[in-house]
Design a protein around this ligand. Structure first.
Ligand SMILES: NC(=O)C1=CN([C@@H]2O[C@H](COP(=O)(O)OP(=O)(O)OC[C@H]3O[C@@H](n4cnc5c(N)ncnc54)[C@H](O)[C@@H]3O)[C@@H](O)[C@H]2O)C=CC1
Length: 445
């Protein structure tokens, strides 16, 4: 497809974007009417699926022409083998997609637009089926069964689940796996792989509870050793900093610690080992659920220093992040440093902006690998978000409205001294009260 095609498809999608929820409902109605056998591939409750489909479509269209898109689609096709879909099903999906966009485009749909959509969809489907065929040629399973060997729930909100797959499960630090639980057939969600690949074959996942969430809450509350989960192929980029990196800062908030832990394990196995600083942001002092394993690593590796940032009682939920940000701002030297960052979407975005302001080059920042379809929970227009605001994913909604009357910012640490910036950090501005604004909604898995 050429640049004209890309422009036509983007313009056409932009026109139907504000009616996203109608488009996806029409799409599924069309698909299930004409191909009823495909209904079994989807969960019983489809609400979340509506958002995910449109977000995935927007993600592809936004990235048309990007050199990384074919590899991403091939990986998606490999992962879609877990649904048991064949090449013909891609044709069926394409027909329903065109029908849905055409129906909602009314007068703006013409022969040129249709031809551009056809070329876009054919290229996309070929890249996905190509990925599925190569995976089949390598004799990979279409999905893996994994038996839960341990389950620990921390602070009532984050579970560390360890499971052993029935066959070798290839993955690299920074990647994620989609999981299906027997209690929720057809509901798949991605979770980062933590720990080190290959050591004992056991896979580790950190699952945060999500208000009104489905799979995350079942994995927190109704999962125990012996349960069998199903996993899709490991996906996403392998994100460890390049070999030869001398200084690395790893920043994790909440269960964003999972991929950071995997990257950390890989870095610690390197010789020479880089100098590593870790900043962990958590809701409260007791809420860093994996402190025990980090404390062990700190004792064993002198190249490592770690800092805990957490909210005090009665503080707003972004105060720990603000204190970390003041500290990052006060750190003068970013040359030669590689930073890996993972956590709630808004936290990642704000920290990214701050690091760039501090002079960290864009290429030195490695960010959360989760695809935007997962992070953004639906790429809808501002108007639609305003009319249908998403819940803010915070465990204690009242905490957001408490007045903030706080002492000067300070940092907290365990095992190692608190970071002492050379200069006083800038005072933290009072909470602007914008926590409820729709654009600040944090995405969750
Ligand atoms: N579980 C996993 O495998 C992975 C999870 N993630 C993401 O990490 C996040 C972790 O969620 P939880 O553990 O529930 O984290 P959380 O909700 O407990 O947040 C952790 C900390 O991040 C800061 N924070 C939260 N929202 C913020 C905001 N809007 N602005 C500034 N700072 C904010 C707060 O200081 C908070 O203490 C989720 O969004 C998830 O999508 C990312 C990659 C992997």
């Amino acid at each position: 497809m050429n640049d004209d095609d890309i422009d036509l498809v983007r313009a056409s999608l932009e026109r139907v974007r504000r009616r996203a929820s109608h488009v996806v409902r029409y799409f599924y109605a069309h698909l299930f009417t004409h191909h009823p056998h495909l209904r079994r591939l989807f969960p019983a409750a489809m609400d979340d699926q509506y958002e995910r489909l449109f977000a995935a479509l927007v993600h592809v269209v936004d990235n048309l022409g990007h050199p990384g898109l074919p590899a991403h689609l091939a990986q998606l096709g490999r992962d879609h083998r877990k649904f048991g879909i064949g090449d013909d099903d891609y044709t069926a999906v394409g027909e329903s997609l065109f029908a849905a966009v055409r129906y909602h485009s009314t007068q703006s749909w013409d022969a040129r637009t249709e031809a551009a959509w056809l070329r876009m969809y054919t290229t996309t489907a070929e890249a996905m089926t190509g990925g599925a065929h190569s995976s089949l040629a390598r004799n990979e399973p279409s999905s893996w069964e994994a038996t839960v060997v341990s389950h620990r729930l921390h602070g009532g909100h984050t579970a560390v689940v360890r499971a052993i797959p029935s066959a070798r499960y290839p993955w690299r630090p920074g990647q994620y796996a989609t999981i299906e639980h027997p209690e929720l057939p057809g509901v798949w969600r991605p979770y980062s792989l933590a720990g080190r690949p290959g050591r004992d074959g056991v896979l580790e996942f950190h699952i945060g509870r999500v208000p009104q969430g489905l799979l995350s809450n079942v994995l927190c509350d109704n999962t125990e050793p012996g349960h069998i989960l199903r996993l899709g192929a490991a996906s996403g980029s392998a994100l460890a900093p390049p070999p030869g990196t001398e200084a690395v800062t790893l920043i994790a908030a909440g269960s964003g610690w999972a991929p950071v832990k995997a990257v950390l394990d890989e870095l610690l196995a390197r010789r020479p080992t880089p100098r590593i600083r870790i900043d962990v942001v958590a809701r409260g002092e007791a809420d860093f659920y994996d402190g025990g394993s980090l404390a062990g690593l700190l004792r064993a590796h002198p190249c490592l220093s770690a800092y805990w940032w957490y909210e005090e009682r009665a503080e707003g939920p972004t105060r720990a992040a603000e204190r970390l940000h003041s500290n990052l701002r006060a750190r003068r030297e970013w040359t030669g440093e590689t930073v890996y960052l993972c956590g709630p979407v808004m936290f990642v975005q704000e920290t990214t902006e701050l690091l760039h302001e501090c002079g960290l080059p864009a290429e030195s920042l490695i960010r959360d690998p989760l695809p935007s379809s997962v992070q953004q929970r639906g790429h809808v227009s501002h108007a639609e978000q305003f009319l249908d605001p998403r819940p803010v994913n915070w465990i204690d909604p009242d905490a957001r409205t408490r007045p903030l009357d706080l002492p000067a910012p300070e940092s907290h640490s365990e095992s190692h001294p608190a970071p002492q910036p050379e200069e006083q950090p800038e005072p933290v501005p009072p909470d602007s009260g914008s926590w409820f604004a729709p654009h600040r909604t944090a995405g969750r898995v």
